[in-house]
Design a protein around this ligand. Sequence first.
Ligand SMILES: [Zn+2]
Ligand SMILES: [Zn+2]
Length: 277
Amino acid sequence: MSKTHYSQLLDHHMHTTLSPDGRQSFDDIAQDTIARGKELVVTTDHMELFYLNKGNFFCVDMDEYAKEFAAIQAKYPQLTFMRGMELGYESAAAGQIQQFIDDQQLAVAIISIHTLFDGKDLADEIAKDGYWKYSNDLFDDVLNATIDALEKLHGFQTLGHLDYCWRYMKKKPKSLEPYYPKLDKIFQLLIEKEISLDINTAGWRYGLPFAHPQPAILERYYAVGGRMVTLGSDAHFTKDINADFERALKMLAEIGFDYITEFRPQMTKVFLTDIDY
Ligand SMILES: [Zn+2]
Ligand SMILES: [Zn+2]
């Protein structure tokens, strides 16, 4: 059997122009998929249900999505488009988010923490004001929100960029050890619910020395038995699709992982020995 080249692996995390920060159309993505010799493609636009009917900030218009999706699939019958969404979690919207997961039956539903403290954006108010205005320990708040999400929700595929808040923290924790009890709780819930960790290569593009989550967190996940990891570029531009996947695979191999998980949409193990990277 010939090996799959890393540039042809399924990218589980990318945004289209349906996201306010997305700069690639469905057509751009289709062209890229063809150029790579791939057939399967999934997009995961932002859906922040907390804001639905409160300004619809970062909410996809599902009618527009259905129209665009049907049109692109009809235009490129040689490709298989799968439906996905990146769902921002807020405790107050947990019921709506679960309803959305149940109703939509997506191939890839990612749960991510983009906001805390009732809808304050980590990348916006919290970054601008300084998180210390809201919190003594931002990462601890993110972990609490993540545990809450994992306890309340089920039936989604991946947990998005667990240490995304690192991008917006001027003072970062020196050691992760104090966070091990909460991280372990998260990992236990992921394993129990068969939810994969998003290996989000955007960290490198944001000038961080790692993909999310950072290697120390992944090492801990591996040590407690976590094995499900899923590659995602978080591309908002076509040039970033499958970005740094070879680098991510090398890092995973170093930690000890011997396979990645793809949702095609059936859950599929792809062994590193079967990938050219
Ligand atoms: Zn995100
Ligand atoms: Zn994203």
